[in-house]
Structure formats: C-alpha cells, structure tokens
Design a protein around this ligand. Sequence first.
Ligand SMILES: [Zn+2]
Length: 183
Amino acid sequence: MQYHTRYCTHCAAPLAPIVQMEDGGPKERLRCPDCGWTHWNNPTPVLAAIVEVDGKVLLARNAAWPGKMYALITGFMEAGESPEQGIVREVKEETNLDVHACTLVGAYEFLRMNQIIIAYHVQARGEVRLSAELVDYRLYDLPDLRCWPAGTGYALADWLRTRGHEPVFFTAEENAERRRGLE
Ligand SMILES: [Zn+2]
C-alpha cells in the first residue's frame, strides 16, 4: 500500500503545491502554507540480498505474491543501522540464515514505488526457517537463474556477470505469467 502525504507533519495543515526558489531554480512541491514545511518526497532506501548458500542462490516468495513469483530478500533500512547491518538483519529475520560475507552489487532505481534499491550479494549459512512474510523458497544453481526486468532483477543480472554467467531474462510472456495475479 502506498500512502500519500497530504498534511503537514509538523502542524497538520493541508499541504498545497507551492513554488519556491531552490538551488536548482524555482520548484513546485507540496509545502505547508502555514509553517513552511516541505514534503521533499525523497526515495526510500530498500535493501536487497542475493543470498548464496552452498553455491546456490536462494529466492523466496512473499505471501502476497502469485505462485510463480520468486525474488530476492528485501527489506527497509531501520534508523541507526548501516546498510550492511540492515541486510544482515533482514536475511536473518526472513530466512534465519547467518550472513558471513557481504558485498555491494549496486544501487538501482524503483521509480514506481519511489524507492532506491541497494543490492548486496551475501554468503550465508544455517538452517532456513522462513518468516511469516514468506511462504516458500527455492535454491537455484547459477545457470538456472532467470532475471526479471525490474530493479532487483537487474541487480541479479549484474551479479551473475561478475560470476561469469551471461544473465538470461524472462521473456515478456514469461514475466507476465510470473506476475499474473499481482496487484
Ligand atoms: Zn505546517
């Protein structure tokens, strides 16, 4: 669910589109006519992990997703933690696996959700126990992985190239089938 900010977070007055001079020139944003608060609407950082366990990659299915949709482990950063600490925590919370190595893959846009995805490759070990958020997981050999044309799928593709595998993307039909039933 996406929420839209309509009221000032300081004084609760309704926000209005107001033009103000900024570093880049005059700019219209939602601002508070009473106290001057600006709704910057900056993208939210989201962490994603390509989880490698015993040479295979774990993809998981969210409880809210259709049956064929498996993807990276993701989660929001918490205040007070580094991105690395955040992804180690998310992997533990969602899979029970312990991360013992963590490497940045890259940063990716997710414009539709106004998010920035910070993707890591992590090596992990332990016994998989999924959180209530996830209903299933699969372990893939690298040549069997298919990438999807969205932020985390591009991260997976970039990482596969670093491992000497030219990434294969789902065809448009396959991706539509994979996403069928998704809100
Ligand atoms: Zn205000």
